[in-house]
Write a protein that binds this ligand. Structure first.
Ligand SMILES: C[S@@+](CC[C@H](N)C(=O)[O-])C[C@H]1O[C@@H](n2cnc3c(N)ncnc32)[C@H](O)[C@@H]1O
Length: 403
């Protein structure tokens, strides 16, 4: 039989295995194409946002790259690969393995063998990631309009839901590094509709089984009222929402301070409050960085980095980095160990940087005053370099008076 016939036969078996739900995976090997360091591709079936897809894992010498395609597009791509650059392909189904191979003299053969092991196709495809807080049986998530009554996350709430869950996952590992039971009071600055605040409360009660007081601070009265009503109806006695500004909120006794996308300098106000309260943990995901951006726009420094601030988009990114880098330095000045990282893919939110400060328990072995002076020096140099006259957090703490 012709090569063309074997290729078509393989494609038909693949299509049939997918439609009859016995498809397990495909491995493509013996790559002879031009892409440097590509070794193999493994393909499995996944469900993404409730749509069937084929997920291709491209195995390179030192890394993997995953690309997902709608099923029909994926099948066309596999047909292309097996006709050209991959000289061996194995289709694994629940009942058998189908092997297509390019032999010498450009002869293509196809053979079948029964599956070595009884492999069950993953009919649930890629299940929803097991999260610390499962959305099922949580009336508050229904009232917050994140899920329906069966716990299905609404399509338009998926990104927000992922963000807040990821935030909780990170907080979980940070809180676990502290001595058990050391978080008693938590505040969420600029809590908005309270999504994260509720989830955090649930996390302390259900996952850690700890009675922790959680407060959301928000200046929008309507949101505060709504959140307090839902908290009451849920029987969450230690969760409340306070109408007012971050600046005016009394943070005495706070152990953990969080802020998710508190606008512009509201993030600075939140960090300031955390430092003043000597909070054990400060975890903020900043929002817009207008204050520093305006400073940089105003001064338009002419030095070797001018090109980095010439274009609006670069200016915005520089402003973001400078703002958060100085925030991290200031936290270090006040004895916090800091980390800055992306807490979630930018596919879910472009504001995906997390600034974490963990209050150091032990005093450093080297001279703390020297370290503080070095930090002030670094802040001062950074400001001068970017033509910034002041950073809001620095001013709140009076650090600009020290240099
Ligand atoms: C972008 S929203 C984020 C809300 C919530 N943290 C979330 O991620 O879903 C920012 C919220 O912070 C509130 N906010 C901003 N500045 C504030 C301030 N200085 N004091 C109190 N609330 C503030 C706004 O009213 C808004 O609801």
């Amino acid at each position: 039989m012709s090569n063309q016939h074997h290729l078509q036969q393989f494609k038909d078996q693949l299509t049939a295995s997918i439609s009859s739900n016995v498809f397990v995976k495909i491995s493509l090997g013996n790559y002879q194409g031009n892409e440097k360091e590509l070794k193999q591709i493994h393909i499995r079936r996944v469900k993404i946002k409730r749509t069937d897809m084929l997920s291709f894992t491209y195995r390179y010498k030192t890394r993997d790259i995953i690309k997902n395609f709608p099923v029909s597009e994926g099948i066309t791509l596999i047909s292309h690969f097996i006709s050209n650059d991959f000289k061996i392909a194995t289709l694994f189904t629940a009942e058998k393995e189908v092997i297509l191979e390019h032999g010498n003299k450009q002869q293509i053969s196809i053979r079948e063998q029964t599956s070595g092991k009884a492999v069950k196709p993953d009919l649930t495809h890629n299940k929803e990631k097991k999260r610390l807080i499962q959305p099922i049986g949580k009336p508050y998530l229904v009232q917050l309009k994140l899920t329906d009554s069966e716990g299905n996350v609404f399509k338009n709430a998926q990104d927000k839901y992922k963000q807040i869950n990821q935030y909780i996952e990170i907080l979980n590992s940070l809180v676990k590094e502290l001595p058990a039971g050391s978080v008693k009071q938590v505040v969420d600055m600029g809590s908005g509709k309270g999504y994260l605040t509720f989830l955090l409360y649930d996390y302390f009660q259900q996952v850690l089984n700890e009675k922790v007081k959680v407060t959301g601070v928000e200046y929008r009265e309507d949101m505060v009222q709504l959140c307090n009503t839902i908290a009451k109806q849920s029987g969450f006695e230690q969760l409340d929402f306070v109408q007012g500004t971050i600046e005016d909120y009394d943070v005495a006794g706070i152990d953990l301070l969080i802020a998710l996308h508190a606008c512009d300098t509201a993030t600075d106000d939140a960090i300031f409050k955390g430092i003043k309260a000597n909070a054990k943990l400060i975890v903020v995901a900043p929002c817009c960085h207008k204050q520093i951006r305006r400073e940089m726009e105003k001064s338009k420094v002419k030095n070797e980095i001018s090109v980095l601030t010439k274009y609006g988009i670069f200016l915005e990114r520089q402003a973001e980095m400078v703002t958060d880098a100085i925030r991290a330095l200031i936290l270090e000045y006040f004895g916090y160990k800091t980390k800055v990282f992306e807490f979630i893919s930018d596919a879910h939110t472009p504001k995906n940087v997390l600034v974490v400060g963990v209050k150091s328990a032990k005093s450093e072995s080297y001279n703390i005053e020297t370290k503080k002076l070095e930090i002030l020096q670094k802040i001062s140099e950074t400001k001068a370099y970017f033509g910034i006259s002041y950073h809001h957090l620095e001013r709140l703490l009076g650090l600009d008076q020290l240099v």
